[in-house]
Design a protein around this ligand. Structure first.
Ligand SMILES: [Zn+2]
Length: 369
């Protein structure tokens, strides 16, 4: 499928200023973990509320990236994830397309074309902007049913997230994409019958698990540990799927939603869960020895601050960014966000660079020409 995708010529694909050093050792597998809306204050609040400890502290390399989009200094998750997936700065709302709405091959598609196994997991719907930008090419992020169709075209080995209705209860046509996935050989599970933790994983078939009809609930409202389970189980599943390695993207989607809700408890609960998922990915990488783990955010959300009067147990939160002051809704901000890397090629992620460089550095760590 990927061969049919045009590489747009109107984008602003980033180019290295000077030839970066080659990684000391080539990565076979990549786990990219994206904390949506995860700025430094979100990480800090999660750390203090978690007993002053995070798995993030064990990463050997830390960098910063510039989050801006092609058309706006303040990016959204669609342009942010497209920068990671495709290596191009594009407009807010774009999913896997450049500023001229031309499809640009994603890291996941390139991995598939190279015979690697691929996976996606998120605490949003699986058609939400961040996972979508790795698998789909559509002009706008809200084209959820169109994005769902891309899961039939790009045969991702495994995916876990919400959004059942965009596959099975469609408005635009009568297709049942769950049936179509099964016809393609997918084993499909859902929250209706069991938890992801209880789904047997058989590496001889592709796997999809739906965690909700639409958006999965908040951690505060009892969402189960499926993201942590995905970070634990999917690397092992994917390793069995191909001897050429794998690419896995895991998103802590709702850190961002906590920022939009200007709700520190929401942010902290999602941050701590995401860090536990990071810990599971890191544990796999340490055992495996050939896996690069990269953790970053697409942008900060809320202008979140930890204000005077805070203790490690009680965060006195401030939110400086509103797009709807009447309804107390936080907006994204343009502050740089951190990047954490561990494993072969990790040293490439030191310093300050564009968000598009995440794409380029992952390719370089994998030794792709
Ligand atoms: Zn957001």
């Amino acid at each position: 499928m990927w061969l049919l995708i045009a590489i747009g010529c109107g984008g602003t694909r980033s180019t290295a200023v000077s030839a970066p050093p080659l990684p000391e050792q080539r990565a076979t597998n990549v786990i990219l973990l994206i904390g949506d809306g995860m700025g430094l204050a979100q990480i800090t609040a999660g750390m203090y509320r978690n007993g002053n400890r995070l798995h993030l502290e064990s990463f050997e390399v830390v960098g910063l990236h510039k989050t801006y989009a092609a058309d706006n200094l303040v990016t959204d998750s669609a342009a942010g994830a497209t920068a990671f997936a495709c290596g191009v700065k594009t407009y807010n709302g774009a999913i896997g397309v450049n500023v001229d709405t031309m499809a640009v091959t994603t890291l996941l598609e390139e991995a598939e074309a190279r015979g690697m196994a691929t996976g996606l997991a998120a605490t949003s719907t699986i058609v939400h902007a961040t996972p979508a930008a790795f698998v789909a090419h559509v002009a706008h992020r809200h084209m959820y049913e169109d994005i769902a169709e891309w899961f039939l075209r790009n045969e991702v080995d495994c995916f876990v997230g919400g959004g059942w209705k965009y596959f099975a209860e469609r408005q635009k046509d009568q297709r049942n994409l769950i049936d179509e996935l099964e016809q393609k050989g997918y084993v499909v599970g859902s929250w209706r019958t069991h938890r992801f933790a209880d789904m047997p994983l058989d590496a001889s078939a592709n796997m999809a698990f739906f965690t909700a009809q639409d958006d999965p609930p908040r951690k505060l409202d009892g969402r189960d540990d499926y993201l942590i389970d995905a970070a634990t189980r999917l690397p092992r599943f994917l390793k069995q799927r191909s001897d050429k390695g794998f690419f896995l993207m895991i998103e802590g989607s709702q850190i961002d939603w906590g920022g939009h809700a200007v709700d520190a408890a929401y942010i902290v609960s999602e941050m701590i869960e995401f860090d536990e998922a990071i810990g599971r990915a890191l544990a796999f990488a340490k055992e495996d020895g050939h896996t690069l783990v990269v953790v970053t955010a697409d942008h900060e959300t809320g202008g979140f601050s930890i204000n005077p009067g805070s203790t490690q147990d009680t965060i006195v939160a401030g939110f400086s960014s509103f797009y709807d002051a009447d309804h107390k809704r936080g907006a994204h901000t343009a502050a740089m966000v951190p990047v954490f890397a561990w494993g072969p090629g990790a040293e490439l992620f030191r310093g300050i660079y564009e968000n598009t460089a995440i794409h380029d550095k992952i390719r370089q760590a994998l030794g792709w020409q």
